[in-house]
Structures are given as C-alpha cells and as structure tokens.
Write a protein that binds this ligand. Structure first.
Ligand code: 6R9
Length: 681
C-alpha cells in the first residue's frame, strides 16, 4: 500500500566509503548543485542530454533536442540521423579502435584435461565490422530484408546473436529478440504481433553440460503462426551443437550456407536512420496475458545508453567489461551489445551457466580476462554465495573496480557478500534501477559520488543526472522520506520507449494514466526515499513477478494454466524465494472429474513448460485448491493468497479487501491453507 511507513533502511545505517573513491572529483554541495542544474527545468535537462549527444556521431545533426508537443509521445533529437551499427563499429574504427578487442566470447563446454574452456573466440572492432557487413549483405541480397522489416531472433548466447543485431541495424531493419528460455507459443505470439517473416535461431544450446534443442521449438512456433494465418517464410539456423535437427527444405537454411559466396570485403553502407525511427522492439510482461512490445528509438536510445555506460560503468579504453545477462533481455541488448560497443569497450560474453562445470566458473572468467567492470543480477549472487568462499578466494579478482547489479532489489546480505568477496571492499557497487521500457539505467552510484554519497547495502542510489523520479502517493503527490509510494518518472529522458508497438492506446493506459491530471510515467514499482535522498526500490506494486530477475506477469501464467483441460481456475502470485527472489506459486482449481495427484501436478508443470517456457515452469509451485478466494465482484483476492503462503496471521484478513465478509475470507483461507499443507507435505 502506498503511504505505509517502511523505513527499511534503518538497519543498514553503516555507510561504506570505498577508499578508491576518496580522491574523486565531487564535493557534496557541488554535486547537488550539478544534479539540480540538470533537472531544474526542461531547458536545463535538454542541455545536459544535448552535451552527450554532441559526443556521438551523427550523419546529420538534430534540429530539435526534444519535441514534447504530443505527450506522452516524446521525440528526441528530432531531425538527427544516426545508426546503432555505425556507432558500434564504423565509428569505433574511425576513432582508431580498428584492432582493439571488442568482444571476447567464451563457450560453455569445458576441457577437464587442460582446465580451460574448450572454445574462446575474440573479435576486434574490425572483425565485428567485417562479419556484420557480410551478415547484412546476405540478409539483404538473399533473404530480401529491407529497411523497416522486423526479424525475430531466438538465439542463445553465441557471437552470431550480436552480429545479426548489428547486421539488422546496418540495414535499418529491426529485431525482436525472444529469450531462448521461452516457449513455442511465446515465439509465435511475438513473431505474429511483430509481423516477422524471418526467424533466426540455432540447432541447440549448451546449458549446464547438456544440449538443449531450440530448432524444434521454432518449428512448433511456425505451426502455431500458420494456424493463426501468419506465415514464417524463412528460418535461418546457426549450427551450434551439431545435434540431429528436423529440417524443412522449403523454409530452413543453415546460417553457414547463407553466408557462402559472399563477395570479399563486402560493405553495406549503414542506413541513415531518423533519430526518431525505431531500432528494435522487445516484448515484455505486464499485468495482462498479452506481452507488450516496447519500441525503442534510434537517436534518443543511443544518447541515453552512451551517457549511462560512460558514467555508471566509467568505461575506459583499458577496461575489460563483463555483463552476465542474457542478450534476450533488455540488459543484454543495452549493456552487452549496443552500449559497451558505442563507447569502444572490450566486452566479455559467456554462453553458459554460472555453475558449470563448478560454482567457480564466473570467478575463473574474471581472472582469465582480468575483468575490471562487472554487471550481474542479485539472484546469481545469492546462488553463488551459497557455495564455500574458497570458490571465490582461489581466484584473483583484484582487477575489479566497479561491480553493479540489476534486475531486482539486492538484499543487504547479498550486497555485503558481493562487496566483500568480489570487490575486496574497495569498489563502486550499486543496484542500478531501470526497466525494459526505460532502455537504460536511471539510478545508480558511480565513481566520484562515493565520497559524498556513501554506499548503503541494498539501495538504488541516486537518479542519474537529467532524470527526475519521484516516490508518489495515490494522487501523484510526493511521499515524505521514509514513506513507501509509487515510483514514477516525472520528466521525459532520451532512452524511454517511444510507444508499445502498434498499440499507442495501451502505452498511454499502462504507463501514463496512473496519476490523475499528471503526465507521469508509472513504473509499476514501489519505492521509498530515505532522508539522505537515496532511493530504495522495494519491488513490484502490480501483478508482475521477477523470477531470478526475469520478468513475468501472473496473468500470463494463469492464462497458460487454464488452457489445460483439467484446470478450471488458476491464481498465480509471487512467493518469496531466498535465491530466485520470487517464484510463481499457482493456486489451481481443477474441473469436475479431475482430482489432485502428483502425476497431474507433473503434467501441469510440463504444460507450463510448453506454453510459457522452462524459465517459469522449472520454478513454479502448483497447489491444488477447491476454490480461490474472491471478492463479491469476482476478483481474486491475491493479497489473501499472499498472506497464506507467507504464513501471515489470519488477523490480517480483515484488512485485506474491502467489502468482503470476514467469514468468507476466513473460509477461503482455511481451504487454501489445508490444501497448501498437503501440497507442501
Ligand atoms: C533491467 C530490467 C524491470 C523491473 C523493475 C523492477 C525490477 C530492475 C532493479 C529492480 C530493484 C533494481 N528491477 N532493476 N528492482 N532494484 N536495481 O530488469 O528490466 O526485465 O524490464 O524489469 O525489474 O521491478 O520494474 P525488466
């Protein structure tokens, strides 16, 4: 509830000041003044972003920094022309980085004899440039990809993924990447919404020493598309594992065959794209079952990414940077591919699981390449901190100077572990808050701020200069420090999504209509500001879960569940989990004629796996109940269900939902509790 006294920060009063920050630039008042100067009015804010834009390459400069004549459809750097692929490769080469390492890729398979990874591939900026040109040539000449086409990618963490991204950008086409842990149905839904006629995938992927198939999932997706009248014309398949693969001569083409007979040194001129054209769409979860296609711009997105990558990661030419995310999520789009390349960094990209062949794989990667700047998720930290400290201690992590996290709140314990074991208690570390919709980080600590704003374990730090964010009550008025409220962005910023693909009305309804009469962007999160001005994002205020940092809507899980013939009703809520943060807990009412059993439970998990994907299915708990508690108007009482699984006192029930008879709620509570005890047992 907004307005609830939260004060969660009281127990973390210890302020950490990393020694290496002590000689940095800012004085407290100077920084405050500086921050204020970037947000004090629209002009000041525009000036701040324009300074960053000035550092980037443009085929044509913008006429106007911000067009705010039609809110919330803000347009940045209007009239300007640039291209993400050009910024990431051509421009880097022009600045003298031709032979600089851009990407170090490490495959998962491990050679026990040598104690080394079996495959490592290194790409200079020139390599990325040459190869993405060849990819672009083949897409254009052989598959007739044109400016504006949207291609769907269903690819694991292999170098072909960033190369295809760059190729698509070069052509002025767009990508919609579907995370490789999603199901056929999820691919179909997205490919159809995006109107893609081409899917790029791989035969399979290495994961924790096993080979998982991807191509059959795409085959299935194509069938679903066909049933809905949408034709996927071509499937490009990268041979990653070499496993037996189903093949349809009419549609399928191997990536290595597509790349045959490419003219030597082929060059495809990067399309001059309007700043306010779009670069990609990325589907993300919300409170309804239909995923939303967040549509990102070209120019504004580039500027926001460039500024945040430079400041928050402080990337310099001698850094080795590693972001452990999957490119299928926004973090990978922005901070494995487009951002780091735009600032000319050397990036590590790792294919597999953090704990393969052992729980020290990540730490060995940091040592192997001398990683200096590291970006990961709290869930991974929590998973790895369960193992004996020796796993970390035996590696030299002394190169690390910055280590941030993202994806969900970081609990102080995980922060302390990260700070101590990965950071030797002398790094800049923070929990950078942002979302698919914002395109880039909006909060975080960065070098130079430590002296004046000491770290506090668990905080999200300060909004980035030029960004105005507030903690608001129901009416859109600021909450006083220490009081929980809705986290909102109250002014436009360059990387913000332009709209939801083909659905501008949903864009307005979902994000811009929460606060009456006020044009504020509602993030869907709860947050609290402490008296020092630090932000603490507490988690989602809506029906969206973060499972191991991955975003999924409870409505998506429920609508998948009720597609099964045995299921009458399903209510999904998030259950706190010590490692994953949250896991989906699905209260399930069966249709008459079906009775709960372990087999049926298994079958339903299998069903979730094929309808939503292994990501959710593997962690989901299914609890059979006779009824799910509802209000008189038929709304599922999620808060009651939450109270039940978190063992809250029955007394809480009275305050849970207005207009519900206590007896009704109590009865439902008992039914659910009994069923739950059986499930748990
Ligand atoms: C980048 C990303 C967005 C949601 C967001 C919030 C949660 C992300 C966070 C965080 C607390 C952080 N979130 N970073 N919560 N502290 N540092 O994760 O995008 O997948 O769209 O999720 O993730 O709840 O609203 P996305």
């Amino acid at each position: 509830m907004p307005g609830t006294e939260e004060r969660i920060y009281d127990e973390f009063e210890t302020n950490l000041i990393p020694p290496s920050w002590r000689d940095r630039i800012w004085e407290k008042e100077d920084f405050r003044k500086f921050y204020e100067s970037t947000v004090k009015d629209r002009q000041a804010m525009e000036n701040w972003w324009e300074k960053w834009a000035d550092e980037l390459f443009w085929f044509k400069k913008w006429d106007k920094v911000l067009d705010d004549s039609n809110p919330p459809f803000y347009r940045w750097f209007v009239g300007g022309e640039t291209n993400l692929a050009y910024l990431d490769t051509d421009w880097q080469i022009a600045q003298g980085r031709k032979n600089k390492l851009a990407l170090i890729w490490e495959g998962e398979p491990w050679d026990e004899t040598s104690g080394q990874p079996k495959e490592v591939k290194k790409f200079t900026y020139y390599d990325l440039y040459r190869e993405s040109n060849a990819f672009a040539y083949c897409l254009r000449e052989k598959l007739k990809v044109q400016k504006g086409d949207i291609l769907t990618f269903y690819l694991p963490m292999i170098p072909e993924l960033p190369l295809y991204m760059l190729a698509v950008q070069r052509l002025g086409a767009k990508h919609s990447i579907v995370y490789s842990g999603f199901s056929a149905e999820a691919i179909a839904q997205r490919a159809q919404d995006a109107g893609s006629r081409i899917i790029i995938t791989a035969d399979g992927v290495y994961r924790r020493g096993r080979i998982l198939s991807l191509k059959p999932i795409v085959d299935e997706a194509i069938k679903i598309c066909a049933q809905n009248g949408h034709e996927i014309e071509k499937v490009v398949v990268v041979k990653r594992t070499g496993q037996e693969t189903s093949w349809n001569e009419a549609k399928d083409i191997w990536h290595h065959d597509l790349l045959k007979d490419v003219p030597k040194n082929v060059r495809i001129e990067a399309q001059r794209l309007g700043s306010e054209d779009f670069s990609y769409i990325l589907y993300t979860s919300g409170t309804t079952a239909a995923p939303k296609g967040a549509q990102h711009s070209v120019g504004g997105y580039a500027v926001g990414l460039y500024a945040t990558t430079k400041c928050i990661f402080d990337l310099r030419d001698d850094d080795i940077y590693w972001c452990t995310a999957d490119i299928g999520w926004v973090t990978g789009h922005s901070y494995i591919v487009y951002g780091p390349l735009m600032v000319g960094a050397t990036s590590v990209m790792y294919e597999g699981a953090p704990d393969f062949p052992g729980p020290d794989r990540w730490w060995s990667i940091i040592e192997r390449y001398g990683v200096t700047v590291f970006y990961t998720a709290p869930t991974a930290i929590r998973m790895l901190m369960k193992f004996p400290e020796e796993n970390v201690k035996k590696y030299d992590l002394s190169t690390i100077r910055i280590a941030h996290s993202v994806g969900e709140p970081i609990n102080p314990e995980a922060f302390r572990w990260y700070y101590k074991h990965v950071g030797r208690e002398d790094i800049v570390a923070s929990s950078t808050w942002w979302m698919t919709e914002t395109g880039h980080m909006l909060t975080g600590h960065f070098p130079g701020l430590g002296k004046i704003f000491p770290l506090k374990p668990g905080t999200n730090g300060y909004p980035f200069p030029g960004i105005t964010m507030k903690v608001l009550d129901d009416d859109g008025n600021p909450c006083p420090p220490g009081v929980r409220g809705y986290w909102a962005i109250t002014s436009p910023y360059p990387g913000m999504l332009m709209t939801l693909y083909k659905n501008p009305q949903r864009y307005i309804d979902t994000y811009w209509s929460r606060f009456k009469d006020k044009m504020y962007f509602y993030t869907g999160d709860f947050a609290v500001k402490d008296p020092d001005g630090y932000i603490w994002v507490l988690g989602r205020a809506d029906d969206v879960l973060k499972v191991a940092g991955h975003r999924i809507g409870t409505a998506e899980v429920e609508s998948a569940m009720i597609k099964h013939p045995a299921v009458a009703e399903a209510a999904c809520i998030g259950r706190t989990d010590p490692v994953k943060g949250e896991i989906p807990f699905v209260f399930t009412v069966l249709k008459q004629g079906y009775s709960p059993s372990a087999e049926l439970g298994k079958e339903l998990k299998g069903h979730l796996r094929s309808t939503i994907g292994p990501l959710v299915a593997s962690d989901a708990v299914i609890a059979f109940v006779d009824l799910v508690p509802k209000t008189r108007s038929g709304k599922i009482m999620r808060r009651l269900l939450r109270a039940v699984i978190h063992g809250a006192a029955l007394g809480d029930v009275t305050t849970l939902e207005d207009g519900v008879a206590i007896e009704e709620a109590t009865k439902a509570y008992d039914v659910v509790k009994v069923a739950l005890e059986k499930t748990e047992g």
